[in-house]
Write a protein that binds this ligand. Structure first.
Ligand code: 5GP
Ligand code: MN
Length: 324
């Protein structure tokens, strides 16, 4: 399968289905979940059964997006889904525990914006120019002829604001603002959504943030900030790994820092590395070299080694990326 289908084609395929199962990536972020929630609402409104299959608990600050849409049950429809859709990711390895269920779908669709994603499904729409998958889903919902109501607008706004750093990052385009304007026209409650996402930290997250900042190390002439979080730190603070989302931005926010790298020990004792660049470094290249991917300024990979080894291995590659 080469290249993209049109959104019209994908809209028609989705509308003709009886059952659609959506697959956000692991540790679903605002874009993955917001895009899935918006698509679910639109499809339900058109009489198509639609659910979001997840494999880990969703972050507390995104729970408002889930109106009973998410499930851990791959057999939720009692039969193979007509359509399975990879949302905000372009490879079933991004949802490892649900991969088998994905391939039971009679038709496979991929809707994504990661430049490292390749078309792999029966129908694909991958647009790296979109700041968020939520932008694509907005156009898709319009192509389906569904109405973008307040609840859909809320979900799409959540998708867009989280992926473009609330309209700060280089992926933000004229189109991003245009869609945001069209969402505003629905009259959704911007303050309520923004507060739910950004002003809603559990206290243990702030404690964890303090612990993580205690591990911070500057290298590469102060252009690289490295920090880590271990399972022990999670136990001590009572926080969850999902609570680390966004903490990396504090590291990147340091004056003179170009790349922030946060090493996270997951419950399988693998090290998940997140990287964020401020203005010029290509962290996607670093991630890809180690089997990961993402965007030029936001990327990640998983390392099967100890924390000490992971940091020692990656540090020269990250420093190299800021000195290119
Ligand atoms: P995060 O650091 O928030 O986990 O990820 C940053 C970006 O890189 C996201 O767009 C995410 O989808 C992507 N990403 C993170 N880890 C991986 C990975 O292991 N493989 C691929 N292909 N993309 C990743
Ligand atoms: Mn995204």
């Amino acid at each position: 399968m080469n290249g993209n289908n049109t959104l019209k084609e994908i809209a028609e395929v989705l509308k003709s289905a009886k059952t659609v199962l959506l697959f956000p990536h692991v540790n679903a972020d605002g874009d993955a979940l917001g895009s899935c929630a918006a698509l679910t609402r639109a499809l339900l409104g058109l009489g198509v059964q639609c659910r979001i299959l997840i494999e880990d608990k969703i972050a507390d600050n995104l729970a408002f997006l889930d109106d009973g849409f998410t499930t851990f049950d791959g057999n939720i429809f009692g039969a193979a889904p007509d359509i399975c859709v990879a949302v905000d990711n372009g490879e079933p390895d991004r949802f490892p525990k649900r991969k088998e269920v994905f391939y039971t779908g009679r038709t496979l669709v991929c809707i994504d914006h990661h430049p490292t994603s390749k078309p792999f499904a029966d129908f694909n729409y991958i647009d790296p120019a979109a700041a968020a998958t939520g932008e694509i889903v907005y156009d898709l919902i319009c192509a389906m002829g569904a109405k973008v109501d307040k609840k859909i607008a809320e979900a799409l706004f959540a998708a867009i604001t989280t992926d473009c750093g609330n309209f700060q990052y280089s992926n933000t385009t004229r189109r991003t603002f245009e869609i945001a304007c069209e969402l505003m026209d629905t009259g959704f409650n911007l303050v309520e959504v923004s507060n739910a996402i950004y002003q809603n930290n559990p206290p243990q997250r702030i404690k964890l943030e303090a612990e993580i900042m205690g591990t911070m190390e500057l290298c590469g002439d102060g252009k690289v900030a490295i920090a880590y979080v271990t399972q022990e730190m999670l136990r001590e603070t009572g926080a969850r790994l999902e609570d680390t989302d966004g903490i990396i931005n504090v590291l990147r926010g340091i004056a003179g820092v170009e790349v922030a790298a946060l090493f996270k020990e997951n419950d399988e004792h693998k090290i998940k590395l997140s990287m964020r660049a401020k203005s010029y470094a290509n962290v996607s290249e670093v991630a890809q070299e180690f089997g990961g991917g993402g965007h030029v300024r936001a990327a990640g990979c998983t390392l099967e080694m100890t924390m000490t080894e992971a940091i020692a291995t990656m540090k020269p590659h990250i420093v190299n990326a800021v000195n290119k």
